[in-house]
Each structure stands twice: as C-alpha cells, then as structure tokens.
Write a protein that binds this ligand. Structure first.
Ligand code: FES
Ligand code: FES
Length: 162
C-alpha cells in the first residue's frame, strides 16, 4: 500500500482575494500559485533560488516562491504580477517596463516588476546602486539590463507622480 501524505488546509490572500487550499506539506508556493490558483504570471526558471522568475511579494517583502513551501504562506498576503493591474489599467511599473522596452522575451519580467514594486515603495528616488541591489536576485538572459534600468528609473518617476 502506498503511504498517503496528510494534506494541510491553508488560507491566504492573493492579490487581495481570499483563497483556501488543502495542500501536501511538500507543495511549493510557486506550484500553489500556478497549478492550484492558475496564476501563471509567476514563472519557474531555475527552481533553485537563482533566477528570480518566481519572485512574488509576501506580506510586502520579496520572496522567491520556488524556495518556499505553500504551507509557509498560510495566513499571508501575496502579491503576484496579476495583482498589479487595477480595473484594466496597467500599474505605473508595468507601464514603465513597456514604455522603456525593458523586456525582450518577458520571462524574467514579472519577477523584476515585483522587485521594482518593493524598491519604489521603500525608496521614492532610488539610485543606480539601489536598483542594482534590488534586482540582484533577478536574472535576465536577454536584455543586457540597460533598458531594465531605464524602466525602473521611469517606474520610480511614475509612482512618484501617480
Ligand atoms: S525559479 Fe525561483 S529563483 Fe528561479
Ligand atoms: S527579457 Fe528574456 S529573460 Fe529577461
């Protein structure tokens, strides 16, 4: 007889909406978001805490959702890229990435935008060093980062003016 794994009921808020799920203790947060809640804007690149494609905010702080178990998010508030847009209008950060051509394939972009979200909430006028530190955990294999920097500077400006 195969051993069964007890499931645990967790409750959390994602993008302001309440969710409940019965999960195996080994389920990763990124799997919960993508496979149970169908929020596929959170990507999986490396699955080893390196690339940052899976970045989300948990209780306002950037986390790599491939490196957390879903049960660790019990009672938490999560923000994913799907939660940035409001009533069909792009968030100033999303607008800045589009307007600055801060992406090519876009695989890294949701994670970068969430790292930017935390940065611009903490620093209204981030320096280049602040930007470098904020996105140190987000890897982009396409853009060479010049336009990502432009996008983040514009995002900070947009958020200040928003
Ligand atoms: S998928 Fe999580 S850091 Fe790469
Ligand atoms: S735009 Fe392709 S990985 Fe960043």
């Amino acid at each position: 007889m195969p051993e069964t794994i007890d499931r645990i009921t967790i409750q959390l808020k994602v993008n302001g909406k309440p969710y409940s799920a019965k999960v195996e203790p080994r389920l990763l947060l990124v799997e919960l978001l993508r496979e149970e809640f169908n929020l596929t804007g959170t990507h999986v690149g490396c699955d080893t805490t390196y690339c940052g494609a899976c970045t989300v905010l948990m209780n306002g702080a950037v986390v790599k959702s491939c490196t957390m178990f879903a049960v660790q998010a019990d009672g938490a508030e999560i923000l994913t890229v799907e939660g940035l847009e409001k009533d069909g209008a792009l968030h100033p950060i999303q607008k800045a990435f589009g307007d600055s051509y801060g992406l090519q394939c876009g695989y890294c972009t949701p994670g970068l935008m969430l790292s930017t979200y935390q940065l611009v909430n903490e620093k209204r006028e981030p320096s280049d060093t602040d930007i470098r530190k904020a996105i140190a955990g987000n890897t982009c294999r396409c853009t060479g980062y010049q336009n990502i920097f432009k996008a983040i500077r514009l995002a900070a400006q947009n958020v200040r003016g928003a």
